[in-house]
Design a protein around this ligand. Sequence first.
Ligand code: C2E
Ligand code: MG
Length: 570
Amino acid sequence: MLRKNLRLLAIAFSEEDEKFLYSEITNIHVYKSINNLSDMRSAVWGSDWDVILFNHDKSFLDYCTVLNVLKESGKDIPFIIYSDVSDEDTVLSALYSGVHDYVHKGNAFYLIHAIEREIRNAGIRQTKAKADDQISYLAFHDVLTNLPNCSLFSDKASAMLSRLVESDAIAAMYLVDFDRLPYINSIYGSSVGDRLIQQFSQRLSAFSNENCLLTRIEGCKFAFINANVIDAESVQDFANRIIKLAISPVAIDNLVFYLRLNIGICVYPANGENIARLLANAESTLSNTRYLWKNTCTYYTKEIEVAAIKRSVLEISLRSAIEKNELLLHYQPIVDLQSGALSGVEALVRWNHPEFGLLLPEKFIPLAQEIGLIIDIGRWVLQQACRQAKLWHQTGYGSLSISVNISAIEFDQIELVNSISQVLAETGISSGLLELEISESTLMRDAETSTQILQALKDMNIKIAMDNFGTGYSSLRYLKHFSIDILKIDRSLTHDIIIDPDSSEIIAAIIAMAKNLDLSVLATGIETKEQFDFLHHLRCDRAQGFLFSKPMIAQDMLHLLTQRKTGTLA
Ligand code: C2E
Ligand code: MG
């Protein structure tokens, strides 16, 4: 059935052909008969047609000319020859040239079918072309901001730099990041975070032009390569202009956000001769400013370069650290404050680096998180810690709990639950003795996923501790929301409890609140007898710190456990 209101353009049709058309095709809405080239050209360019019929028997032009006009117009209109001549050679060469169909005159049934089919095919082609356009746009643009993505940015920026080589000019790479996105995502949801990124991107876009290219790297981190700069002063001027953008707050619905930026800057060609190097060096510079968040900019220096080289050496060696047996665990006792007994241990990973010696986690865990190795390291730690705990249990310390730190990336994987149940099955330790320590900021990042994973772990009877409590943004509401068993108060809070009345009041309030919520409290960083007495008095459940013991190797721990049989640690 032919579509209603068919828009049909007929070329070189005789009166007899037209009569035939009208008698057979009743739903023609617009019909135009053309008899010369310029009318044909303006008809194709000027109006939309569903189909073009061409009678080439006595035509003023050949079908190749019509096909060329169609090609030039960029329109995909079904083009059908309607002709008396239908020998095989003519038909085949027309079809090879791009004519969609060839219909012998007077065959109304075939003509109607050919029109129907070719309109349908053109529709399919157009939908596919749109999808292809969309796909190629998405391949080179950031969906959230519509900015060129890193790959397109790098191509354009490289072309820009190669133009600069001839003129000996400079350019500056600016990596711009602002601090509050994880917090905003966790408190207001990622849709608010996304809109913040969009608004910030619009502000930055005001500076982009042919010689100043902008892209979004990830989250709220953007990069500019600016070839409009000529000297140190103009490099700094541009940074100042970006910083000024942060002064006016961003409003989303009725929320108002104040931005705090950091900018890492490096200059072409002095600090890097290609885009990848400049981006990497700007990144090392930016990571040096990570804790400043003062609307400030930092320039790439030799020291940053040395640190970046050390980092890349670490990165390469970290990849083989597990298989080379370079990782080890230290264990720190956890003491029951009321009985003084050693109730458990926390496993803390170390890396025995062949060149740099024994490295503490702060030197390599952030790197492992960045390069994704934390999944393997986390699994190794869990396996080792559970195996070790099982040995202690078998030696007669059957109620000793084992605490393992879980980082944000591990916690994002639902796979974590399978991995833990495998380790439990393999080592045979009781799940009730395993305590997983998850930092406050990790739990708050994606409250919805956190709740699901926590529930799955709870169903396995594993204890969950919120680690580093007091360093993030937790509210009481969230503490209730997550099914947490233990609150681990960060040592930055316990540090001043004796000398600072505010700190002692905060700790007293936290312990009281935790009791109300039926949470067990573990205070960390206990270094003095005074801190111990204070916490004991507040009926804090457990404690950990250098007062009792520093982290130690498994053998020393066994020694301590043996000693404990004749006394307590406290
Ligand atoms: P954390 O979970 O808060 O671990 C406690 C850290 O505090 C340990 O540092 C420990 O040595 C230190 N500490 C304990 N008592 C005291 C004290 O009385 N005074 C002082 N000044 N410090 C004390 P460490 O071993 O350097 O670990 C640092 C962080 O590295 C850990 O903090 C944890 O977040 C992370 N980490 C350690 N092992 C692992 C691991 O296997 N996986 C993951 N994902 N993270 C780990
Ligand atoms: Mg911990």
